[in-house]
Design a protein around this ligand. Structure first.
Ligand SMILES: Nc1ncnc2c1ncn2[C@@H]1O[C@H](COP(=O)(O)OP(=O)(O)OP(=O)(O)O)[C@@H](O)[C@H]1O
Length: 310
């Protein structure tokens, strides 16, 4: 339903999105998690046809976002992370305005607007001026706006950001209803717990790259278990690297200089102890063997912290 192929966006020499390749199946709720500045909004703006990629491409229901943006817009509902609401409008007028701009007839608008207000729990505020609504209500109104033309795909950029816990729970309930209606949803956040329970699948983005993808449990395993280990030997670096290459849980060996190399270790603590014991038993002239703090750990810490800590 949503597919990106080597999607890349450069701002001058800065790469905000780096060859992102991703497939999201129809009916999936996909959580896109990453720290501030990771590239989430950039991805969403490209999917929403508001920005062109530097290279690579994306498809919504098989339609190329770069080649046929108008067709894509019929299929998607987009909720940006910053949105303007026209303060002079009442909630119902606001939705009517958007319905008209999507070409809905008066009768169609009269039918769908009460349904949408009901869906986002704003029926009681239909005649309130938009600027008098709370932040959570404005966010729900914006969500209703993105649904006005009954899109099959929803692209929601941090819809729960800035909401208090009660408003977050309410937003989650609405998203569950949208999932039950069969919508394909891609939703971003900079914290995993906010998305964990409502998403079928999660992708973690860091510095424009997809660093992990899968169920929440998979993601936790993938990120927790990727340790970077650096080794220093007195001599025989080639043989030592060959020895480590053959051991389980060792990937991505990389020689740093004549005595040092590093690798990613995906095993648990017990396997790490075993690896070190095997190296000693094999008479490897080890000078040091140590874990290096990696960015991936920072990413993991950052995205798994509690919602209240924001
Ligand atoms: N128009 C621009 N010109 C230059 N750099 C930009 C521009 N827009 C975004 N960036 C940079 O690209 C990177 C990705 O930004 P993006 O807004 O996609 O991140 P994000 O994951 O959505 O972050 P946030 O959670 O803070 O919204 C950031 O480093 C940002 O500063």
């Amino acid at each position: 339903m949503i597919r990106t192929e080597q999607l890349t966006k450069k701002y001058g020499s800065f790469t905000a999105l780096d060859e992102l390749t991703l497939t999201i199946e129809e009916g999936t709720v996909f959580g896109f998690v990453g720290q501030n500045g990771a590239g989430k909004s950039t991805t969403f703006q490209i999917l929403a046809t508001l920005m062109s990629p530097t290279y690579g491409t994306a498809y919504i229901d098989g339609i190329d976002v770069c080649k046929e943006p108008a067709k894509v817009r019929e299929k998607i509902g987009y909720m940006p992370d910053f949105f303007g609401v026209y303060d002079q409008f009442r909630a119902v007028e606001y939705l009517d305005f958007y319905g008209a701009s999507y070409g809905l007839t008066v009768d169609e608008r009269k039918k769908i607007i009460p349904q949408l207000l009901d869906l986002v729990n704003l029926s009681h505020k239909s005649d309130s001026y938009v600027d008098l609504l709370s932040r959570g209500m404005k966010q729900r109104l914006c969500l209703a706006r993105s649904l006005i033309h009954d899109p099959s795909v929803l692209i929601l950029d941090e819809p729960a950001s800035g909401l208090d816990p009660r408003a977050r729970i309410e937003m989650r309930g609405i998203l569950r209803e949208l999932k039950a209606m069969g919508k394909t949803i891609i939703i971003s956040s900079h914290i995993l717990p906010e998305l964990a329970e409502m998403c079928d699948e999660i992708g973690v983005i860091d510095q424009g790259k997809l660093v992990a993808k899968g169920s929440v449990t998979d993601i936790q395993k993938q990120l927790e278990q990727q340790k970077l280990i650096q080794v220093k030997v007195q001599k025989n670096i080639d043989q030592t690297m060959m020895f480590f290459e053959d051991q389980s849980h060792v990937i991505n060996l990389n020689q740093l200089n004549e005595t040092d190399f590093e690798f990613i270790f995906t095993g648990d603590d017990a396997s790490q102890i075993q690896l070190l014991q095997q190296a000693i038993a094999a008479n490897i002239p080890l000078l040091s063997f140590h874990l290096v703090e990696t960015n991936i750990e920072d990413v993991f810490m950052e995205i798994t912290k509690g919602v209240e800590e924001e």
